[in-house]
Design a binder for this molecule. Structure first.
Ligand code: SF4
Length: 392
């Protein structure tokens, strides 16, 4: 890889590690869903030229969005990079682009569809690019929880708040029940607004972002938070626990950020004296407490830009982004917080062969893998998103 720094060290492979383009092959590995048509081979040396040509042929008709956690081989073709909310806004700001090719995961493409015009089509190059966190909150389960709150007589006091990383169904539920969407950048503002509307918050689907924001940024006690487990009868909570709680956290988490542990923090502090530990708020509460700084993906990027030369940083977020930051800041020592590989496996579903396939299909006049949200769900989800945009 061009421009590799002398300080960047690749974490060790795990049994589930994903291979990057041109860095080995594993014919037995999963390839995601089948594409109708021919998916180019990853070893095809002409992939970059094919993607370039297809994108040029489409011109302004296509706009390619790339999430920060995407592979470098894909990011190089993104017209804009960003976190999930910035990308949805960017999609909405391009009403003339007929096709939005979303290099990210399913819930992000749904948000883009909600925010773009009906004449635009949002395309996800691999439909298997889901999000394990978003999948942990299913509409039926959430409605069951809400029925419990209603039976208990507390639903009127509860404001539902969902993290951007949730399905359109869940955003629609939250909009229907006068709640708000939040991102990791504005979670505190969303919670502050919500506690002005009601005395309790029902936070979906990431327990860690909810707990970390409430306890570390808003002064709540850990005892103010309860965990609603959709796989246990009644969520595993007694009536009194639900009545007394201020934050009812959904039992969901990010399988990538959830892997960092207190041991990862201790180990890097011993190994690199003076290191700054910088983590995402989707990490576990004890990890966030032990870190020096916590912030969203955009915060992490800015913190490293502002860091003095020679400083050392152990970053607890997705590996593609950490590697890219290490290469962008060769004057700083940027390392991955854990010693082993930690990619988001679903983000990595979008690889160059899938992007080439999607773009070439569009050139051929076929529109593949369109992500659509039904109008009723989109209407209510938009209300929850608009409420986020209107946060003071
Ligand atoms: S990094 Fe976590 S939250 Fe983000 S897409 Fe992957 S599983 Fe979902």
């Amino acid at each position: 890889m061009a421009g590799v720094t002398s300080t960047w060290t690749e974490p060790s492979n795990t049994a589930t590690a994903l291979l990057l383009l041109g860095r080995g092959s594993d014919p037995a590995s999963e390839r995601g869903v089948d594409c109708p048509g021919d998916l180019p081979a990853p070893s095809d040396p002409g992939l970059v030229a094919r993607a370039t040509a297809a994108k040029a042929a489409l011109g302004d008709r296509v706009f390619v969005l790339g999430h920060h956690y995407q592979r470098d081989e894909v990011i190089q073709f993104a017209d804009v990079t960003g976190d999930s909310f910035k990308l949805a806004q960017q999609a909405a700001a391009r009403p003339d682009a007929e096709f939005i090719v979303f290099c990210g995961v399913h819930f992000m493409a749904e948000s883009a569809d909600i925010l773009t015009t009906p004449s635009q089509q949002v395309i996800l190059p691999d439909l298997a690019a889901g999000c394990s966190m978003a999948d942990m909150a299913v509409l039926g389960q959430v409605e069951t929880a809400w029925e419990r709150f209603t039976d208990l007589g507390i639903a009127g006091d509860v404001v539902p708040v969902t993290y951007m990383n949730s399905s359109a169904d869940i955003k629609g539920f939250v909009g229907r029940n006068k709640g708000v969407v939040c991102t990791s950048s504005n979670a505190k503002r969303a919670l502050t607004w919500s506690f002005e509307q009601g005395s309790k918050v029902f936070f979906l689907p990431d327990q860690h972002l909810g707990r970390n924001t409430a306890v570390l940024e808003m002064g709540f006690d850990l005892d103010d938070c309860v965990l609603y487990d959709p796989h246990k009868p009644g969520g595993g909570l007694t009536d009194d626990e639900l009545r007394d709680a201020r934050m009812i956290l959904w039992r969901g988490h990010c399988s990538v950020h959830g892997r960092f542990t207190l041991d990862s923090v201790r180990e890097v502090r011993e190994r690199v004296p003076g290191v700054n530990v910088l983590v995402h708020p989707e990490c576990r509460h004890d990890v966030v407490r032990a870190a020096d700084q916590v912030g969203s993906t955009e915060y992490i990027i800015k913190a490293l830009e502002a860091a003095p030369a020679g400083s050392a940083w152990a970053v607890g977020t997705e590996l593609n982004l950490v590697r890219r930051l290490a290469l962008a800041h060769p004057d700083k020592q940027v390392m991955f917080l854990d010693r082993t590989v930690c990619y988001c496996s679903t983000m990595n579903r979008i690889d160059l062969p899938h992007l080439v396939w999607a773009l070439e299909e569009l050139v051929a006049g076929r529109v593949p893998n369109v992500i659509t949200v039904d109008e009723d769900t989109a209407h209510h989800a938009r209300a929850a998103l608009d409420q986020m945009l209107a946060l003071p």
